[in-house]
Design a protein around this ligand. Sequence first.
Ligand code: NAP
Length: 250
Amino acid sequence: MKRFENKVAFITGGNSGIGKAVAMLMAREGAKVVIADIKKDQQAIDDLLKEGREIKFVACDVSKPDEVEAAIATTVAAFGSLDIAVNNAGIVDSSPIHEKPVEEWQRVLNVNLNGVFYGMKYQIIQMRNQPSGGAIVNIGSIMSQVAEFGIGSYASSKHGLVGLTKVAALENGVNNIRVNAIGPGYIETPLLMDNAGQGSEYRTYMESKHAMKRLGKPEEIAKAVLFLASEDASFCTGAYLPVDGGYLIQ
Ligand code: NAP
């Protein structure tokens, strides 16, 4: 039997980068997967359908609570339960605090922190109604613990995400709902590479910040997400797990 057979997984931002890697690995390990994203990657969905996997796309902007509530209701209506939720959708900012437009601050917080709150609110309501409970994995960042120039909104949202994860874990420990967070180092995804560019000086700088002197791959984060979402992590809750090639030890 596969690790996620008979499990229903809901993944935000699942059309690209880390979320897409999580969706593909979970589907291949037997889960019924719902991707909630603002845009659709039909190719990835078709590839998984052709392999005989159960996968569904729901259009959802995580910064809009009514869309998040509806996406979770659609998931339960389609597949009968919600066993795993991965709150992954995220965006970045790039201006110093004294120059940052208020709109930029609000946009990043709305997606990265409010979006995780909306997700967990409706995920937990559903999971509390199931005797089997569930597992939630929130995608933080190394910037949940440290900082970098120009990402005041991003670092604030990711620090906040860890606090929210811990509170959710405390509130739901006796309801058989585990809530954990992962802190990726710099990972080769569109989010990062669209800003950095291949072979650029900035890439070399980013690589140098990790003890392993390279960027991570989306699948390397996805494997840690699957661990925390699985029964292998049955006594893990409220944890923040860095998966960062040694970024934080330097
Ligand atoms: P990505 O490749 O840009 O994928 C993120 C996905 O989320 C995209 O499909 C994006 O759509 C979607 N999205 C954006 N805003 C959304 C919204 N409001 N509602 C629903 N979906 C939305 O990014 P990634 O690098 O995989 O990042 C995934 C998560 O990992 C983020 O939370 C990020 O902060 C975190 N992380 C990434 C790194 C890294 O180095 N890549 C490091 C640490 C943490 P669009 O493409 O249309 O925007």
